[in-house]
Design a protein around this ligand. Structure first.
Ligand SMILES: Cc1cc2nc3c(=O)[nH]c(=O)nc-3n(C[C@H](O)[C@H](O)[C@H](O)COP(=O)(O)OP(=O)(O)OC[C@H]3O[C@@H](n4cnc5c(N)ncnc54)[C@H](O)[C@@H]3O)c2cc1C
Length: 396
């Protein structure tokens, strides 16, 4: 059994764990990241970086290389298959509030690779692949983290960034309150040029439909099309290429060839840990909260968690603040997770699936009013780009 002594150990080398590691290293703090897999994940998951997230990543030196590998989406569009386009918003309306007035469409694995490349030779950074956190024990002086291979690492602080099934969260018996939606979401990636066959569609485009909404998202060289899958359909049937083809055909003009690059089916939850801190252990990212992807807030919220927490840990470790500053992490991040991320993503889903004439009218009129008035446009963009939730957290 080997022992190391580190100020901070991070469970999980996803975007949240790697961003936390980078910010601690930037502050001169040694960090060990334990990752259960043999390498960084290459999975096609989140692909949206919001403007203030890019500002934060820019402070760490990661925005430029990420932007070089992504697609800038300066506009976001809302429509209804019944009523047509409802409104298109341009982030230039809030260019005084962010250095990056656009959403960046880049897969999350691009960020983790950029960070690993930047940190790999830094003596303050230690990453251990094939190292699954299996258990932990903590007292007033520190945390002992034991891996599946039987290694125990001693640290002052542990960040659980180990994803939705977090061992760190389960080990502390922290409830993950919330619910799972009955329907799953299907994401079909196609190389078809959707902008060419649906003129006027922008790179981020949400389409309400009382029967089956859809969401179009352009990434470099492809489009991702997201649609709900009825609860009664089996996973196998929903993943079948034939169903993906039918789903694509339902949102494209007849006869358009749409080669399928990738199919993902996933279960969608709205859950938040009842506390983000337990003594010397913290939860961040999906370990702390999960939500539906409409609005692209899951990973962004996780990155906001990571940087809120590492700023506090840095001050405590460098003796600039007492440990009670760490309570602010749970207070700020848990509150905005509930208020902005959970409420916002549930509202986005409800708007897209609105069935009654009253609900459809409420969505239509919200978008039309927001488009028609500059102040309302700015309010709307501040909310959907998560500028508001960051400012709200800072004020709590
Ligand atoms: C299929 C799918 C599609 C998604 N699509 C979108 C989307 O379109 N938009 C959006 O905003 N969000 C989406 N998400 C959510 C988004 O991917 C997450 O919010 C984001 O990955 C959170 O980052 P994270 O670092 O907290 O967790 P993760 O990315 O899950 O990273 C956790 C890391 O911890 C490692 N790990 C797990 N357990 C242990 C352990 N015990 N010990 C050590 N390491 C461990 C894992 O291997 C992984 O590398 C999607 C999620 C899924 C599953």
């Amino acid at each position: 059994m080997s022992k190391v002594q580190r100020p901070v150990v991070i469970a999980g080398a996803g975007p949240v764990g790697m961003t936390a590691a980078a910010d601690l290293v930037r502050q001169g703090i040694p960090v060990t990241v334990l990752e259960k897999s043999a390498a960084l994940s290459a999975e096609s998951r989140a692909s949206t970086f919001h403007p203030p997230t890019l500002d934060l990543l820019d402070d760490l030196g990661f925005a430029k290389p990420l932007i070089a590998q992504g697609l800038k989406a300066p506009q976001v569009q809302y429509g209804s298959t019944v009523d047509g386009e409802l409104g298109t918003f341009d982030f230039s309306a809030i260019s005084d509030l962010t250095r990056h007035p656009y959403r960046l469409q880049a897969e999350q694995f691009k960020l983790t690779r950029i960070i690993l490349e930047a940190l790999k030779d830094n003596p303050l950074f230690d990453i251990r692949f094939n190292s699954e956190v299996a258990s932990l024990a903590q007292d007033a002086n520190g945390v002992a983290v034991t891996t599946g291979a039987g290694d125990t690492l001693q640290c002052d602080w542990l960040i659980g960034a180990d994803g939705a099934n977090s061992v760190v969260r389960r080990h502390q018996d922290i409830p993950f309150d919330g619910f799972t939606w009955a329907e799953r979401f299907l994401v079909v990636t196609t190389s078809a040029d959707i902008a060419a066959v649906r003129p006027g569609v922008t790179s981020v485009s949400y389409w309400a439909d009382p029967q089956r909404w859809h969401f179009l998202l352009r990434i470099i060289g492809a489009w991702r099309v997201m649609l709900p899958v009825p609860a009664e359909m089996s996973d196998d049937a929903a993943r079948a290429p034939e169903y993906a083809r039918e789903s694509l055909a339902s949102v494209l003009p007849a006869g358009v060839a749409a080669p399928i690059e990738h199919i993902t089916l996933y279960r969608v939850h709205q859950r938040v840990a009842t506390r983000f801190r337990e003594g010397r252990t913290f939860l961040a990212g999906d370990a702390a909260h999960i939500n539906n992807p409409l609005g692209g807030m899951g990973m962004n919220g996780g990155l906001h968690d990571a940087l809120n927490l590492t700023a506090r840990l840095g001050r405590v470790i460098h003796g600039k603040d007492g440990e009670d500053t760490l309570d602010g992490y749970d207070r700020q991040r848990r509150a905005v997770t509930m208020e902005a991320i959970q409420t916002g993503t549930i509202r986005n889903k409800k708007n897209l699936e609105a069935r009654t004439p009253e609900d459809r009218e409420a969505f239509r009129s919200e978008i039309r009013k927001a488009v028609a008035d500059r102040e309302k446009t700015r309010e709307f963009l501040r909310r959907i780009s998560m500028i508001d939730s960051l400012q709200r957290a800072a004020a709590l």
